[in-house]
Design a protein around this ligand. Sequence first.
Ligand SMILES: Nc1ncnc2c1ncn2[C@@H]1O[C@H](COP(=O)(O)OP(=O)(O)OP(=O)(O)O)[C@@H](O)[C@H]1O
Ligand SMILES: [Mg+2]
Length: 113
Amino acid sequence: MKLITALIQPHRLEDVKKELFDADIHKMTVSSSLGCGQQKGFTETYRGVITEVNLLKKTRIDIAVNEEFVKPTIEAIIKGARTGNIGDGKIFVVDLGECIRIRTGEKGKDAIG
Ligand SMILES: Nc1ncnc2c1ncn2[C@@H]1O[C@H](COP(=O)(O)OP(=O)(O)OP(=O)(O)O)[C@@H](O)[C@H]1O
Ligand SMILES: [Mg+2]
């Protein structure tokens, strides 16, 4: 099992969701987050004062999957999120030790899918 975490541009969420649904991936957690990547932020003018803003609004998507869904999930996220511009986002893939469905007590592969 893997936990796939994607940080994407908020305005790409609908496209990413569509691609995920088309790939038969329906379980996900979506949340708002703040972050910065290798550009380390940018400057903007607020009330005439140049302010450095280095945490930009991103949308975070967490999806726990069985091994056979790792590749389709990553591909769907990229398809929906990529514009070719800086800040398109990033995907982290980590080994997932366990998953438990609280209602039934099912674990692992049965609980995730
Ligand atoms: N190494 C990292 N650790 C934790 N979060 C990160 C890391 N890199 C990127 N992120 C998160 O991903 C978001 C999107 O990153 P972003 O797409 O700007 O990556 P990047 O490495 O700067 O690539 P690009 O040059 O395409 O912008 C960031 O706002 C941040 O939330
Ligand atoms: Mg960046």
